[in-house]
Design a protein around this ligand. Structure first.
Ligand SMILES: Nc1ncnc2c1ncn2[C@@H]1O[C@H](COP(=O)(O)OP(=O)(O)OP(=O)(O)O)[C@@H](O)[C@H]1O
Ligand SMILES: [Mg+2]
Length: 295
């Protein structure tokens, strides 16, 4: 018997006593003005300067007139409901959409004031500067060593075996994996645990000394311990890299990022300091999303 509230007779009743807010769809009356983002989408020390970006797949527009700066050495999180264009926009930053034939990107996208989509740009070099870690760890079916050595080899970053060994060791150390794998560098990478594979993919991305790391839901397949490890890594990495992370976990966005960008149906609705987005969002759609009313 509950002594505080006699009407509540069992533990189950106590949980039922508090009404749960109903999940509702996006408020239909909210009109999003194209190209209008509230908050602070721009930065003084921009690594990426992105202006009036539109992306379509065939006749379907997936990104609608988005302008945003990503500052040097910041961690920016992209959040928003499924299908709102987070991955599409992220992939523009190192031209990962190039391989999708029906995908068309327009607008001005600059990395260090140079056009990312310039025809003369070497895309392999671009992707060495702007590395990517995917949702699902995707190690090559090669040894742990060869996975990390792959990029430095194709980019000719090491002349001697000892130089390559050093890059591999340093990258694995930075990815927090060295201790676990140093005695089995010749083992096949696909035999590692999911969390180890993801950290290996991070080591592989780091090995070519990128300036930016794009991460598309890097922890969605990981358990909380592996997730915590990857988040620690991001905190360490943010001292030397610019990081753009897509995440469905608002706790993760709150833990790891400096600014958060809220996407909605292809629009960039709000960009602000992460703390502000989660405590006093400016736009009603951001507020509805972070309070779990839709998404
Ligand atoms: N390869 C593709 N071909 C055609 N349409 C695509 C393709 N990839 C994405 N789209 C469409 O573009 C829109 C945005 O998709 P995108 O994958 O960028 O969303 P997202 O925000 O990353 O979603 P999620 O959170 O589910 O990963 C969606 O309507 C999707 O159907
Ligand atoms: Mg996605």
């Amino acid at each position: 018997m509950n002594t505080i509230n006699p009407a509540v007779t069992s533990e189950a009743d106590q949980y039922q006593a508090e009404p749960v807010a109903p999940v509702r769809e996006q408020p239909e009356e909210t009109i999003i003005e194209e190209g209008k983002t509230v908050g602070r989408p721009f930065a003084d020390n921009a690594k990426f300067k992105l202006r009036d970006v539109n992306v379509s797949y065939g006749d379907t527009r997936a990104i609608k007139n988005i302008s945003l700066d990503v500052a040097k050495n910041e961690v920016i999180a992209f959040i928003g409901p499924s299908g709102c264009g987070k991955s599409t926009f992220l992939r523009c930053l190192n031209r990962m959409n190039d391989s999708i034939e029906i995908c068309k990107v327009t607008g001005s996208l600059q990395l260090d004031d140079q056009d990312i989509y310039d025809r003369r740009r070497d895309v392999v070099e671009l992707r060495a500067r702007v590395g990517m870690v995917f949702q699902k760890p995707n190690p090559f079916p090669k040894s742990i060593y060869d996975n990390v050595a792959y990029g430095p080899r194709i980019h000719g970053l090491a002349n001697r075996k000892s130089d390559l060994d050093e890059i591999v060791e340093n990258s694995l150390r930075k990815a927090g994996l060295w201790g676990e794998v140093k005695d089995r560098l010749d083992a096949t990478a696909t035999g590692m645990s999911g969390g180890q594979q993801q950290r290996l993919c991070i080591a592989r991305a780091i090995a070519v000394s990128p300036e930016v790391i794009l991460m598309d839901e890097p922890c969605s397949a990981l358990d909380p311990i592996a997730t915590a490890r990857v988040e620690e890594l991001m905190a360490e990495m943010s001292e030397s890299y610019t990081i753009v992370i897509v995440t469905h976990s608002m706790q993760q966005a709150a833990r790891v990022s400096n600014r958060t960008a809220y996407f909605h149906l292809g629009h960039l609705v709000e960009v602000n300091e992460t703390n502000k987005v989660f405590t006093s969002p400016e736009h009603e759609l951001t507020e509805s999303y972070i309070t779990g009313r839709f998404g």
